[in-house]
Write a protein that binds this ligand. Structure first.
Ligand code: C2E
Ligand code: MG
Ligand code: MG
Ligand code: MG
Length: 281
């Protein structure tokens, strides 16, 4: 390692740094090309209503099909896209794509459902963010109530007042707001009261051991009850087993999203699933 090399360590550290910078530069370059070359795709994962057993919405999740490296998961490129601000054109691309999809499903006669899109804090911070949203709504001609925007607690906590103002402006446009990854980060129930959100998504980490951990159960129950008292719909993320499903149902959770029902799917497969129109649970 660099430390054991005595006076050579400076050089080692420098080349380490250079390597990191090069890697980042390469990724940034790749991301730029990915937009131009249409290497991104949007997959959709269904959200299922626990009581009716039907699909009530889908979440749009970006996928990157790199020509030589294959599928690169968002966890690997979203952080770099944020750091390099490439998330601005990429996020706009996802949003436009999802809104066109809403229109297309409406025209094809699929039952109305909400499509949710993840937003990065970097996007929200752009001065023309609201204008962009408005122009995408106008250009695609969708009902704003069909669009749901997902933001994480961390995004909100970066600048609570600022973000809350943006969220209120989005709500005025008729867009639904979802609080993503709840319980993963800062998690305070206090600020929930000050936020005008429609949906709260309980993070997978809570769902994972919900059938075994009494402490987690108590927290999830409190979160669901509190959300309901504020007219907020609760979605559980990352539900993989029937045990988790049954447990969440007993706690009055409203909707579930997870591999139990489906992984995120390409459009054609998602449409196939929607056409089946059957009760899933
Ligand atoms: P997220 O918004 O919390 O999305 C849910 C993630 O959990 C997705 O991972 C989904 O595939 C995964 N998931 C759903 N059900 C299960 C399950 O039962 N088991 C397991 N193990 N995983 C499940 P994915 O698609 O890899 O996305 C990861 C994260 O990347 C997302 O977390 C979101 O934060 C971010 N992301 C994805 N697409 C976009 C995008 O278009 N824009 C931005 N800004 N972020 C995005
Ligand atoms: Mg999400
Ligand atoms: Mg999440
Ligand atoms: Mg997540």
């Amino acid at each position: 390692s660099a430390k054991n090399n005595g006076k050579n360590s400076y050089r080692f550290y420098t080349s380490d740094l250079n390597e990191k910078m090069l890697e980042k530069l390469e990724m940034e370059n790749n991301l730029r090309h990915a937009v131009e070359r249409n290497e991104f795709m949007v997959y959709y994962q269904p959200k299922v209503h626990m009581h009716t057993g039907r699909i009530t919405g889908v979440e749009a999740l970006i996928r990157w099909k790199h020509p030589t490296k294959g599928m690169i998961p968002p966890s690997r490129f979203i952080p770099i896209a944020e750091e390099t601000k490439m998330i601005i054109p990429i996020g706009e691309w996802v949003l436009r794509n999802a809104c066109r999809q809403i229109k297309s499903w409406e025209e094809l006669g699929y039952p109305a459902m909400t499509v949710s899109v993840n937003l990065s804090v970097i996007q929200i911070q752009q001065p023309d963010f609201l204008e962009k949203i408005k122009s995408i709504l106008k250009e695609t001609g969708i009902k704003p109530s069909c669009l749901e925007l997902e933001i994480t607690e961390n995004t909100i906590m970066k600048d609570f007042e600022f973000t809350n103002n943006i969220l209120n402006a989005l709500k005025k446009l008729g867009i639904r707001i979802s609080l993503d990854d709840f319980g993963k980060g800062y998690s305070s129930l206090n600020y929930l009261k000050q936020l005008e959100i429609d949906v709260l998504k309980i993070d997978k980490a809570f769902v994972d051991d919900i059938t075994e951990n009494d402490h987690q159960q108590a927290i999830v129950k409190a979160v669901i009850d509190m959300a309901h008292s504020m007219n907020i719909t609760v979605v559980a993320e990352g539900v993989e087993t029937w045990e988790q499903f049954k447990f969440l149902k007993s706690l009055n959770c409203d909707k579930v999203q997870g591999y139990l029902f489906s992984k995120p799917l390409p459009v054609m497969e998602m449409e196939e699933m929607m056409r089946e129109k059957k009760k899933i649970c």
